[in-house]
Design a protein around this ligand. Structure first.
Ligand code: F6P
Length: 333
C-alpha cells in the first residue's frame, strides 16, 4: 500500500512523534510506502508531496512543531473552494495513494470527513492543545500545554505573593476551558474562569477580598481565552481591569500565548502520539477508513468521522475537578 500523511491546523507538541509512529509502523511492520504531504491540505491541492524514508523519521520523537509544515487551508470552504476538491482527487489518483492520514484538530476532522465522502480512504488522528475534539478522551498536545501553563502559574505565585498582587493569566483553548481547568487546578489558581461557566465579577472580587481577610493578600486568576468579555476585549486584560475596579487591588495580567504550543512534547504526549500513530496505520492495514483514532479510558479505539465532524467537546460543569475545586473554595465565576 502507499499512504500519504499530512498535518493541518495549529501545530502542537507531539505531531512529529505521531508522524514517526504512523510512518515507522507503515514501513517496518506493514511494508507500506509513505508520502509526506506538505502544509496541510494545501499540499494536496498544489501536489507538494514527496516520499518519506526512514532517515526522514529520525529525531522526531521529541521535536516540536511539524516537519511537514501546516496550514489552515479548508478546501471545502464554499467561498474559496473553486476547483480545489477536484485538484485533490487528481493528485491522490496520480500518486496512487491508497489512503491519506490527516493529523489535525476540529477543522481537520471536518475536512477529512468531506474528503472521505468523496470516496478517498481517510484515517485521521486527533491533535490539539485545546482538547476539544469530540469522541476522544484526550488529544496529544494537551498534556504538554497544561504542563507549560502550570509551570507559568507556579512562577506567577512567587511574584504575586512578594508584591501582594492579583495576577491574571490567560491561557489558550479556543472555545473550550480544558487548559484553564487543568492548569488552573494543577497550579493552585484561586479563581478559574472557563467559557463554559458564566462569571460574575462580584463573586470574583469577593473571593479575592475573603482571601485577604484570611491573611492571603495575593491571588492567582486563571482565565481561558474564550470567556465572554464586554466590547470583545481580550480575556486577561478585561478581567484584570474589572478586578482592580471591583477590589482596588493592584492587578497584573499575563497572556501566555503561543509558548503553550511550541517545543517538546511531554513523555505522556510522546507515548499517546506513538500509540495513536501506530493504531492509525493498523486501521489502514485493516481497511478501516473514514474513522478517527480515539483514546477511550486507557484504550486506543476509533470512531466514525461523521460522528466527530462539526462537534466540540466542551468542559462539563460537573467535571470532578470543578466539583472538588468548588468544595475547596476555588471560585469558578
Ligand atoms: O487550536 C489551537 C490554538 O492554539 C487555540 O488554542 C487558539 O485559539 C488558536 O489555535 C490560535 O490560532 P492561530 O494559530 O491561527 O493564531
Amino acid at each position: 500500500m502507499r499512504i500519504g500523511i499530512l498535518t493541518s491546523g495549529g501545530d502542537c507538541p507531539g505531531i512529529n512523534a505521531t508522524i514517526r509512529g504512523v510512518c515507522k509502523t507503515a514501513i517496518n511492520h506493514y511494508g507500506m510506502e509513505v508520502y509526506g504531504i506538505h502544509s496541510g491540505f494545501r499540499g494536496l491541492i498544489d501536489n507538494d508531496i514527496n516520499p518519506l524514508t526512514e532517515k526522514d523519521l529520525s529525531g522526531l520523537l521529541n521535536l516540536g512543531g511539524t516537519i511537514l509544515g501546516t496550514s489552515r487551508e479548508k478546501p471545502f470552504k464554499k467561498k474559496s473552494m473553486g476547483n480545489k476538491p477536484s485538484l485533490i482527487l487528481e493528485n491522490i489518483r496520480n500518486l496512487q495513494l491508497d489512503c491519506v492520514v490527516c493529523i489535525g484538530g476540529n477543522g481537520t476532522q471536518k475536512t477529512a470527513y468531506k474528503l472521505s465522502q468523496l470516496g478517498v480512504n481517510v484515517v485521521s488522528v486527533p491533535k490539539t492543545i485545546d482538547n476539544d475534539i469530540w469522541g476522544t478522551d484526550m488529544s496529544f498536545g494537551f498534556d504538554s500545554a497544561v504542563t507549560i501553563a502550570t509551570d507559568a502559574i507556579d512562577r506567577l505565585h512567587s511574584t504575586a505573593s512578594s508584591h501582594q498582587r492579583v495576577m491574571v493569566i490567560e491561557v489558550m483553548g479556543h472555545k473550550a476551558g480544558w487548559i484553564a481547568l487543568y492548569s488552573g487546578m494543577a497550579g493552585g489558581g484561586d479563581v478559574i474562569l472557563l467559557p463554559e461557566i458564566p462569571y460574575n465579577i462580584r463573586n470574583i472580587g469577593n473571593t479575592i477580598i475573603e482571601r485577604l481577610k484570611k491573611g492571603k493578600p495575593y491571588s492567582i486568576v486563571v482565565v481561558a481565552e474564550g470567556i465572554q468579555t464586554a466590547d470583545g476585549k481580550k480575556a486577561a486584560e478585561y478581567i484584570a481591569q474589572e478586578i482592580e475596579y471591583e477590589t482596588g487591588f493592584e492587578t497584573r495580567e499575563t497572556v501566555l500565548g503561543y509558548i503553550q504550543r511550541g517545543g517538546s512534547p511531554t513523555p505522556f504526549d510522546r507515548n499517546l502520539a506513538t500509540r495513536m500513530g501506530g493504531h492509525a496505520t493498523e486501521m489502514i492495514a485493516n481497511g478501516q477508513f473514514g474513522r478517527m483514532v480515539a483514546l477511550k479510558g486507557s484504550q486506543i479505539s476509533s470512531i466514525p468521522l461523521e460522528d466527530v465532524a462539526g462537534k466540540l467537546k466542551l468542559v462539563d460543569e460537573n467535571h470532578d475537578l470543578i466539583v472538588q475545586g468548588k468544595r475547596m473554595g476555588i471560585c469558578f465565576g
